[in-house]
Design a protein around this ligand. Sequence first.
Ligand code: ADP
Ligand code: MG
Length: 240
Amino acid sequence: MIEIQDVRKSFGALEVLKGIDLTVAKGEVLTVIGGSGSGKSTLLTCINGLEPIDSGRILVDGTEVHAKSTDLNKLRRKIGIVFQQFNAFPHLTVLENVTLAPRKVLGMSRADAEAVAVRQLQHVGLSDKLGVYPGRMSGGQQQRMAIARALAMQPGYMLFDEVTSALDPMLVGEVLDTLRMLASEGMTMICVTHEMKFAREVSDRVAFFHQGVMAEIAPPAQLFDAPQTPELQRFLAATA
Ligand code: ADP
Ligand code: MG
């Protein structure tokens, strides 16, 4: 489980997270919505320790992410993260992209890493692309490869930061289908997204961020159909 306790984070004079409290249970699918600059990406990068926090605590399976004694490399293996940009290694094939971290970070043999990679690439529907270079694939295929690459580390948690925002509209569906599949398999996920229909369908809960505050959190039917704050009402009206 992921426990976020009164987390504050500033960049210089700008307070980006103003005391966030949130617990994500094992198997839960949480989506995070909110306007640009509301702190959504910062929250994800704090959870996996890419960014330090100013106060509060984040615990992943009981381990405090920002404690000095925490082995961040070890902790990060538990937490897969996929960003809006594809971040593929262009000079490596799809199979090489997906086997790289299991070999280098987990120390798996080539054969073992390839077995895991082939399984994950099948899982995301890319078993016919093993020898292809990422640049020869569509954005949707590249993003599914990025998901397979994260899954190849066998993480306990997956964080998705607007993974469909850079895609042509035609390619959004195939990536959302991949996320839906992971959700249905019981993966614990935090998905920052602008896809409201998707958020409504897959989420156990939806959190609405506004100016560094988690202004609302509720099951999707409640959050979308009965928004409590004027900020969320305005946000939903603007995205409808
Ligand atoms: P969101 O993902 O909700 O759009 P972010 O978490 O990316 O918002 O950013 C929140 C605020 O923090 C924004 O005003 C952004 O400009 C600022 N910010 C984010 N990262 C940095 C950084 N590395 N240095 C300075 N300011 C940052
Ligand atoms: Mg962001």
